[in-house]
Design a protein around this ligand. Structure first.
Ligand code: SF4
Length: 197
């Protein structure tokens, strides 16, 4: 168990597949360290234009979170964090909502006001989607932070039970679900990989 602050973007990684998060966190599989990248994101990166504020870095000991909000929309009575996403599928993922909820929780501590909504901007299709942040989202964030802080180097999470995710997974060459299914089928039992071969 660690009390290290969790990057909000890691909530998304973990939700995609805890095993993928484990490889990204404990192995430098992307040729870079997440901590190093995060270290560069400081208040110095902040800039504003009209009713927008770009790149606001926040930390919260209370929530065990840290992260950089892409854009803050300051127009009107509400302050709305906006997360930019690619839109290859034409929509965002459930895990993106978790990430947005994490930013809302960081933000409300910072501005001392409830933040009940965020937005996801799909830049490939130029769509802005309004996302109400519920108590379920907040609870999911708290549970995920706890799960991430409980991870350790010597305990690798199981394979995902959705092999479709593995097709697009950047750590597949380290994780090797197909190879494991062939050589040690008992280790992928119940994941769906046994039917993929
Ligand atoms: S290849 Fe599949 S099981 Fe392995 S980390 Fe990626 S998504 Fe998870």
């Amino acid at each position: 168990m660690t009390d290290e602050l969790v990057n909000v973007s890691d909530l998304n990684q973990y939700a995609y597949c805890p095993r993928r998060y484990w490889y990204l966190h404990f192995y430098d599989t992307q040729g870079r360290s997440y901590e190093r990248v995060e270290g560069k994101t400081t208040h110095e990166n902040q800039s504003s234009r009209g009713d927008w504020l770009n790149e606001l870095y926040l930390e919260s000991e209370t929530h065990g979170l840290k992260g950089k909000i892409d854009v803050l929309d300051l127009e009107g009575a509400r302050t709305v964090p906006v997360e930019r996403k690619r839109a290859e599928s034409g929509d965002y993922y459930k895990s993106d909502e978790l990430q947005l909820a994490g930013y809302c929780m960081l933000l409300e501590e910072h501005i001392e006001e409830q933040v009940r909504e965020g937005a996801i901007y799909l830049y490939e299709t130029d769509q802005r989607m309004h996302v109400p942040i519920t108590e379920d989202h907040r609870e999911a964030v708290r549970e995920t932070v706890e799960a991430i802080q409980s991870m350790s180097l010597d305990s690798v999470p199981p394979f995902t039970d959705n092999p479709t995710k593995c097709e697009a997974c950047s750590v597949r060459e380290y994780c090797m679900p197909a190879e494991t299914a062939k050589l040690e089928p008992e280790r992928v039992a119940g994941t769906g990989w046994e039917d993929e071969l």
